[in-house]
Design a protein around this ligand. Structure first.
Ligand SMILES: [Fe+2]
Length: 219
């Protein structure tokens, strides 16, 4: 009997928020701000990127609530200590030909995107296999219709209005070129881990090894 055991997964969380009014309100607000505010330069090419304090606007309250609900579920799922904390948020407008180069989000725990308005050829979000070893001698595969997800080396998510995609902040990702004549509007964000006060001798688990033994955060 061949047993397969899987370790070190990369979890990606997806949720569709079906609230047309929120999408319309955010679209109007973002377009309004982009007309008045000079954008930032980050991984975006040919796009408008708002300041990173976008979450301070009351227009984002509903979305923030939804994101906190998701993050609280993720914290439970991943057995994380403390609570999620929204560190920053920014709006993006990718015009025709605009894209985002490969990048990660240093200093955060979970990052993600919320699609406000997109079209079929607006450009997919691409996530890349983070394991450096796998790129060293990549194996060849049979041409089978059902290629298992666990064997994928990159993942493509087409944008979908109202969809939230959350992934670990260390995961390399990019956004393909917008080939639509219409701009793609999205909101990106970073969450960190807000920890309770930790005493030097608290039995706080930093990680568990194969035997299930915990290691203290101070070890
Ligand atoms: Fe990003």
């Amino acid at each position: 009997m061949l047993n397969k055991e899987q370790y070190f997964p990369t979890n990606v969380y997806v949720k569709d928020i079906l609230d047309g009014q929120m999408l319309r309100d955010l679209k109007k607000y973002i377009l309004g701000r982009s007309g008045k505010e000079e954008g930032f330069k980050r991984s975006n090419v040919k796009g408008w990127h708002s300041q990173t304090n976008f979450h301070e606007s009351s227009q984002c309250d509903k979305l923030k609530q939804e994101l906190y609900t998701m993050l609280e579920d993720i914290f439970k799922e991943e057995q994380l200590l403390g609570e999620p904390s929204l560190r920053n948020m920014w709006a993006n407008i990718n015009y025709e030909g605009g894209h985002n180069r490969n990048h990660i989000h240093p200093g955060a725990l979970f990052s993600g995107v919320f699609y406000v308005e997109s079209f079929a050829d607006s450009g997919n979000l691409k996530l890349y296999d983070p394991r450096p070893g796998i790129h060293y001698t990549p194996p060849l595969y049979k041409m089978e219709k059902d290629f298992k997800k666990e064997l994928w080396r990159e993942v493509s998510y087409p944008p979908m209005d109202g969809r939230v995609i959350i992934f670990p902040s260390w995961l390399w990702h990019s956004v393909e070129i917008n080939e639509s004549h219409k701009p793609r509007i999205s909101i990106s964000f970073n969450f960190t881990q807000k920890l309770p006060p930790i005493q030097m001798d608290d039995p706080v688990l930093h990680y568990k090894d194969a035997t299930g033994r915990g290691r203290n955060i101070n070890d």
